[in-house]
Design a protein around this ligand. Sequence first.
Ligand code: ADP
Ligand code: MG
Length: 288
Amino acid sequence: SVPASIASALSSGARRGLLMKGGAVIEAAAHVRHLAFDKTGTLTLGRPAVVRILPAPGVTEAALLAAAAGVEAGSSHPLAQAILRRAAEAGIAPLPAHAARALPGQGVEAMLGQTRAWVAAPRHAAAMGGLRDASEAEGMEAQGMTVVAVFDQHRPLGLIALRDEPRPDAAEALRQLKAMGIEATMLTGDNPRTAQAIAGALGLGFRAGMLPADKLEAIRDMAAQGGVMMIGDGINDAPALKQASVGVAMGSGTDVALETADAAILRDRVTDVPALIRLARTTMANIR
Ligand code: ADP
Ligand code: MG
């Protein structure tokens, strides 16, 4: 019977770490045409590491790291965690900071003593006069690194380049989705050069430079053309997850996201996304 096949699909999914909140989710997942992936923590491991430290002329590496770590000290953003970890490993104490304020999708601002300082995306830093020549940053971005510029109200302090690796099974998952006739797009707040390097290597389309509200808008656009599934870590994707026909939480933010998501992937495998859709399709085919 119908309820019995749905119940059995829900429980066999759960045994494999694919949680779905009820039969309506199975039906919606079976009809998905477009898939939107958040980048950080979903297609990538979400654990960026500092790979290059480039102080501005007249600034030492230690001074650059101390200022950056001070500004980032109160931030839970993965880039902040990476910078704080690198400073700690180098035995460099973050400069004491106060009045820290996140600039969503752009960076963070704080007071270091009497001086206002920032760690921000190069584009944002250049607009504020904290980065005189963006070409070095852009070259590293084109190689798949995420670059942040560190500057204060008086002068540029330098660049820090970070790298977040794709999850090992991401390319395979995208290959399977393509074979299933599902079109996938990566949505990211990161810049178009870094996005191109990562999406190009994985073989999917992308939209870059997106603020959380832009991601929501993109989901609305896709939903107008058919069922859309959004996969995110839920940390700042909750509105987009809610807007999608099926919102799927994956990765470190799963606990938070499960409140707004329709489904969750507990084992951090990207190939569990096509597996979930296959399970839904098979279940619906057996009912008809
Ligand atoms: P994603 O879509 O990859 O999760 P976010 O929207 O979180 O990206 O951030 C977009 C961009 O804003 C980052 O690539 C970075 O340049 C900048 N940014 C955001 N938060 C911070 C931070 N705490 N420190 C430095 N840069 C940040
Ligand atoms: Mg994010």
